[in-house]
Ligand binder design. Sequence first.
Ligand SMILES: Cc1cc2nc3c(=O)[nH]c(=O)nc-3n(C[C@H](O)[C@H](O)[C@H](O)COP(=O)(O)OP(=O)(O)OC[C@H]3O[C@@H](n4cnc5c(N)ncnc54)[C@H](O)[C@@H]3O)c2cc1C
Length: 385
Amino acid sequence: MSLLTENTHWAGDEHRMFAEMVERFLADEMAPNIDGWVEAGVVDRDFWLKAGATGIMSGAVDEAFGGVGGDIGFDAIALYAQARLGDVNWGMGIQSIVTHYIGAYGSQEQKARWLPGLVSGQTIGAIAMTEPSTGSDLQAVRTTATQDGNQYSINGSKIFITNGWTADLIITVAKTAKDAGSKGVSLIVVETEGTEGFRRGQPLKKLGMKGNDTCELFFEDMKVPMTNLLGADEGQGFYQLMKQLPWERLLIAIQAVGAIDFAIAETVAYTQERKAFGQRVMDFQNTRFKLAECKTKAEVLRSFTNDCIGRLIDGKLDAATASMAKYYGSEVQGQVMDECLQLFGGYGFMQEYPISRAYADARVQRIYGGTNEIMKELIARSLDV
Ligand SMILES: Cc1cc2nc3c(=O)[nH]c(=O)nc-3n(C[C@H](O)[C@H](O)[C@H](O)COP(=O)(O)OP(=O)(O)OC[C@H]3O[C@@H](n4cnc5c(N)ncnc54)[C@H](O)[C@@H]3O)c2cc1C
């Protein structure tokens, strides 16, 4: 299976060639490492560098900054391929988000400084929005950035930060004006190496995504040059976040399509082999009907997701439609994982079977990137105008 079908209108020959290259690379170099990453709780830097060398992270970055100057479809293809092979640990999705923020709002100097490292895998990116006291309500963040000479002094903490343990560059949401509501929010890029006042918590122990280093971050009078503000003026952060969130949400739907294709393939293979009452589990009508339902959901989701990718490439993906993709994709993913696991019987509950990990990994898709309740709120708002 692939994200692309014959009818995928946004995909040209270059996308299709890229898809073949990425699928080959990830099958050879990523898939054999997944168990090790889960064991270690982190993806090793060598893999980031190998991935960077293939150009996987460069598709949508300008040539001037080490990329190939294509569109977001290249990132979509890579994210699907990762999920299709059953991985959620490599933080390529966050890397893509970070790269797009810098591409969209960075000055020429900032782009030249940061993008080549993000493309090559030398620099691992993270985005730090969520805080212990607030996740869904981003306007309520408490982290502050106050001017101290030509630096910001940043105080506060963040939680649940994907790639947090390894990140070299963290786009951090902070209040630069205390009582200005959403107009007081800014995005500041923290370069972690040697930064005074920056501290990471130990990687958090999670239900799924166990091979990703999800961390707490602590900022105590952390000093960051004021030139690391993203965008020309302070107070643009909320607007910048809202503009970029459609990609963050759509990529969750893309990962859902990949994970669903993975689960269906695993389940078909298993039920063709497994026997009960003298026949293949695949031969029971219930199995066939359940898999038929899952496959139908996969194809509906693939079409809608590809439509959204096309809209995003054309600059026409609105917040409500991106929210529908995230909400629907992650819900369908949860349903399919549950049905597929059931068809494995007791083996589906055993960690050595990839379906068990895929089931656990799927759960967070309904939570991060904005919870599905928040997605429904955004969709409803678009109706109630
Ligand atoms: C594995 C993992 C990785 C993550 N990675 C990152 C990351 O890289 N960067 C980052 O910044 N964050 C990250 N997050 C955080 C994630 O985005 C938040 O957990 C999420 O946005 C929800 O925020 P919260 O946990 O504070 O929940 P809360 O906001 O406290 O919500 C609790 C419950 O209340 C509901 N709720 C809240 N407001 C409303 C409302 N208005 N209407 C109806 N229901 C509502 C929610 O839907 C939820 O069910 C990650 C989280 C996890 C688990």
